[in-house]
Design a protein around this ligand. Structure first.
Ligand code: PLP
Length: 386
């Protein structure tokens, strides 16, 4: 009976699974054979160099995960206790938490209804109307706190409109820390996303475009920030022989084993991007009347997770019905201004994020998703929406 049921059960289609079909085994075996498994080793350096070259930036520092990268990037940009950092309210919680790790406060900004990215017009209005210069600093009139940085999150494989944001940061004397964890490989006006701000953070978690199991990276064009983030991620060691530390540092480095995976994954990344875009194109064609995240004319998105907005049925109901057919989908994250974990933080707007959140459903988007499996997803969702 059990075997029968198993045989009838359709194969499971995951939301976004890793794709490990390159030289991962060779490189990991090389680590084991050479006895270089820990956080110093040739693959760490090689992965950092290869990524910096791929993105056309000066330097990269590999970290234990993307959240740690964000934490250290914010510290290196001088974000201090009781400062404020502007973060989109529609995001995975990691960037908001990273701000809190610094003892600083996020100010949540609503998102654009088309691209779902941090609303640059709202940022501009907040800086102009809600803040005032004070002794060379920018201060939020309401909280009295210093506004230190902008933290745009390139959501779901689509870049944020960075040029006006960087211009605002310049004119107000703010740092820009980019969260490019979901949008590695996407392009902003022909340039790699995650290379416009002062410093940018990547993630190689299992569901990201490329994976090291868990891992992250800080990338920047500023050599001082390369040095500073390297220092902070390696326990702020000032004298490696005598173990002298002048500051509180962190054990945030990536291991050679993980970096070996990263090197192999990066070799395949261009193909992965095209796979994701092809998946998105097929979904778009299959659901011409179902709203989804728009691709701005200045963007080339990777569509990390292809996400639709469902109006006809409750999206929780759609999720459950797809799950019964072995199809894994996912809602977007609870907007940060509604998150109990982020209580007390200010929000500017929020209705757009709430409306997207109420209806959003991310569809299976694995690099390895076959066309026949995608057809199954399409057919199942068509039936639900009919
Ligand atoms: C994945 C992700 C991160 C980093 O996640 P880690 O699991 O710590 O690598 C940060 N921000 C966003 C928006 C993410 O999606």
């Amino acid at each position: 009976m059990y075997a029968e049921r198993q045989a009838l059960k359709p194969t499971f289609i995951p939301l976004c699974a890793p794709h490990l079909e390159g030289r991962e085994w060779d490189y990991v075996r090389d680590c084991l054979d050479s006895n270089w498994v820990s956080s110093v080793g040739p693959y760490v350096t090689r992965f950092e160099k290869a990524m910096a070259q791929r993105l056309g930036v000066r330097g990269a520092v590999a970290t234990v995960n993307g959240t740690a990268a964000l934490h250290v990037a914010l510290l290196a940009c001088g974000v201090a206790p009781d400062d404020e950092v502007l973060v989109p309210t529609l995001t995975f919680i990691a960037p908001a938490n990273a701000v809190r790790y610094c003892g600083a406060w996020p100010v949540f900004i609503d998102v654009d209804p088309h691209t779902w990215q941090m609303d640059v017009a709202l940022v501009e209005r907040f800086l102009r109307d809600n803040c005032k210069p004070d002794d060379g600093r920018l201060v939020n009139r309401r909280s009295g706190r210093r506004v230190a940085a902008l933290l745009p999150v390139h959501l779901l494989g689509h870049p944020v409109d960075m040029d006006p944001l960087v211009a605002l940061a310049k004119s107000y004397g703010l740092k820009v820390v980019e969260d490019a964890t979901e949008s590695l490989g996407s392009l902003y006006k022909g340039r790699p996303a995650g290379t416009q701000g002062d410093v940018s953070c990547l993630s190689f978690n299992g569901n990201k475009l490329i994976t090291t199991g868990g891992g992250g990276m800080i990338v920047t064009n500023d050599q001082a920030l390369v040095d500073r983030t390297y220092y902070l991620t390696t326990q702020a060691k000032d004298d490696p022989l005598e173990y002298v530390h002048n500051e509180i540092g962190y054990n945030y480095r990536l291991t050679n084993l993980q970096a070996a995976l990263g090197c192999a994954q990066l070799e395949r990344m261009d193909g992965y991007i095209e796979k994701k875009r092809a998946i998105a194109a097929r979904y778009r064609e299959a659901f011409p009347n179902v709203p989804s995240q728009a691709e701005a004319p200045w963007a080339r998105a990777t569509f990390w997770l292809y996400t639709v907005l469902i109006d006809k049925v409750d999206r929780r109901e759609a999720l459950r019905r797809l799950e019964l057919q072995g199809i894994q989908t996912r809602p977007l994250w609870q907007p940060m201004h509604q998150s109990p974990a982020q209580r007390g933080a200010e929000v500017i707007g929020g209705a757009v994020a709430e409306s997207i959140h109420r209806r959003a459903l991310s569809l299976p988007s694995s690099v390895g998703l076959s066309e026949s499996d995608q057809q199954r997803v399409v057919a199942a969702l068509h039936e639900i929406l009919a």
